[in-house]
Each structure stands twice: as structure tokens, then as C-alpha cells.
Design a protein around this ligand. Sequence first.
Ligand code: SAM
Ligand code: SF4
Length: 331
Amino acid sequence: MSGLVDRYGRVHRDLRISLTDRCSLRCTYCMPADGVPWLRSSTLLSTDELVRLTRVAVSLGVREVRLTGGEPLLRPDVVDVVAALAALPTPDGPLDLSLTTNALRLPALAAPLRDAGLDRVNISIDTLRRGRFVELTRRDRLADTLAGIEAARAVGFSPIKLNALIMRGVNDDEICDLVSFAVERGLEMRFIEHMPLDGGHTWRREEMVTAEELLAVLASRFELESLGHDGSAPAETFRIAGTSSTVGVIASVTRAFCDRCDRVRLTADGQFRNCLFAREESDLRTRMREGADDAALASAMQACVAGKRPGHGIDDPSFIQPARPMSAIGG
Ligand code: SAM
Ligand code: SF4
């Protein structure tokens, strides 16, 4: 059985698994305030189903798994999922297992997750100001996010990366403050370009803050030395002179990294996707529940990857935003 290789020779080793489409926040760039059409619980993968599909993906060369959502820590059995995935053997040792979270539940879960075998966490935080946090996430939970960051540090996750999405006129005056906050705590700040994946369909190309603008603001306060990209990693990282810290910029729109993309995705309801922006999915849940064996599931994954387009095409006039919002795909 060969691996997950597409028509352009890209080899896929990184699987992003969405554990739930539910979330404790309602970030404006991700979810509408209300009226979200939730996935039906009968369609959600059980832990056994999710682990089985991951095992099949591992047999096709996947070596890195990132758990995401929605908010992955809202899944009641998230610690069991981590333990089961951490125990999955690969020819190269254990999976590289990480999680992207808004951190609200980390004070309770950081230690059990680390003990279950989680290696790393990425935490999303777009502002350090309480009022602005409320506007951005529609919830008054900044203190919980900050407590979650401290909990992650206390149990020794390393590295801890902080992700921020900067929007013009919303939080673009906090770029340097966020970097200072991260540097003071030995964390890596990363900025993500805003992508057209919001449930409310509010994205406008001309309104997004570009990587170039971000870097110009950073250069006004910090002396940066480019370290380039680490393999297929989406972030371009920069060493900050006078510190042991780095800062990263994920320029998904203006400096797309599709040509070296090694990611595939599994949604909480068992749909396999070859791209965040894919308009088609491969329904592994139905196949599995109708009795498909591992070889058939592997073939379905390979066929899905074979159909991967060369790039996301955000800049093409024909670009159509995927039907699912980011929260239901898994960011
Ligand atoms: N709830 C978790 C969190 O916020 O970290 C995990 C899921 S969230 C969808 C994962 C990441 O996607 C977050 O860092 C978030 O900022 C990012 N994200 C959400 N919507 C986005 C968009 N429209 N463009 C770019 N990044 C987005
Ligand atoms: Fe929830 Fe994460 Fe989306 Fe914010 S970005 S609404 S925390 S899934």
C-alpha cells in the first residue's frame, strides 16, 4: 500500500482531527453569534472510530496528528482520545501529538493531557484586553484563557505557541504587545492571516492585515532575523534579537504554502478532506459504519488525496468559500 501522495508529488504526513464542532467562544472571524447548525450527535465519530481511522492514516504514512475543532477540550473524552492516539504505534515511534485550543479548560485538563501523552499545545489569543476579548469572542473569558496559558506552562508543555489573528481596526494595535507578552513567558507568538472561512461570510480580501503589514509593524519595535520555514511548517519564523524567542507569521493568503502542504483533515463527523478549502469530502464514517475494511478506508483516503487541487485559489475570481465554517472543518 503506497502512501498519501497527490498528483503533484506532495506527501501527506500531518492529519488534523476535529474532535467537535462545538465551542465555548464565538470568535467573530470563525463562528456566527448564534444559529450555528451543529452536527448531529449520531454522526460524530466515537473514540474507537476516530482511532481506527487514524491507524489507517498512519499505515499510509501519517506521523503527526493535531487535535482541533471547534474547541477540542469540550469533547468529554478528550483525555481518552489523546491516550489512545499516543499509544498508536508507527514505524518511527509514537505519533507527534499536539492540540490547538482556546485554553479555557486547560486549568483542569493540562496535567491529565500531558500524562496521557500530549506533546505540545497551540493556544489562540487575539487580544490582552478584556473588553476587546468580549467583542472578539462574544464571551467574557479572557481571565480563563490567561489561566489556561499559565496551566500549560506549569505542566511543562514545550514549545507553547500562541496564535493570533489580527484584524484591521480591531486588534492591529496589539501586535507588539502580544509579542512582548509571549517573549516574557518564553512562548512563541504566531500571527495568522485572516482566511475566508468564517461562518458569517464577512471576509474581505482588501480588509485583511497582510503578513507584509504585520512584519512592518514588528520591525518597528523588534530586530528580526528570518529563520525561514521549517520543512512543511506553514509559519515563517523570525528570531527576535536580544531574546531567546521567535515570532512566526502564517501567511496563508498572501504567501500561500500550498506547494509544500502535507496536511489532510478529518472532521468530527468522519469526513476526510484534502484541504481546508476543499469543496468535496470523502465520507469515511458512512463507509466504516457500512462495514468497509481498513484497506477500503485506506483507498478512500488515497482517492481523496489524489483529487487535491494545487492550491486553495483564494485569489482566483472563481473562488468559492467551503460550505462548512472553520469551526466545523477543524482549524
Ligand atoms: N478552538 C480552538 C482555537 O481557537 O484554538 C481550535 C479551533 S480554531 C478553528 C483553530 C485556529 O483557527 C485558531 O487559532 C483560530 O484563530 C483560527 N481561525 C479561525 N477562523 C479563522 C479564519 N477565518 N482565518 C484564519 N484563522 C482562523
Ligand atoms: Fe471557537 Fe476556536 Fe473558532 Fe474561536 S477560533 S470560535 S475558540 S473554534
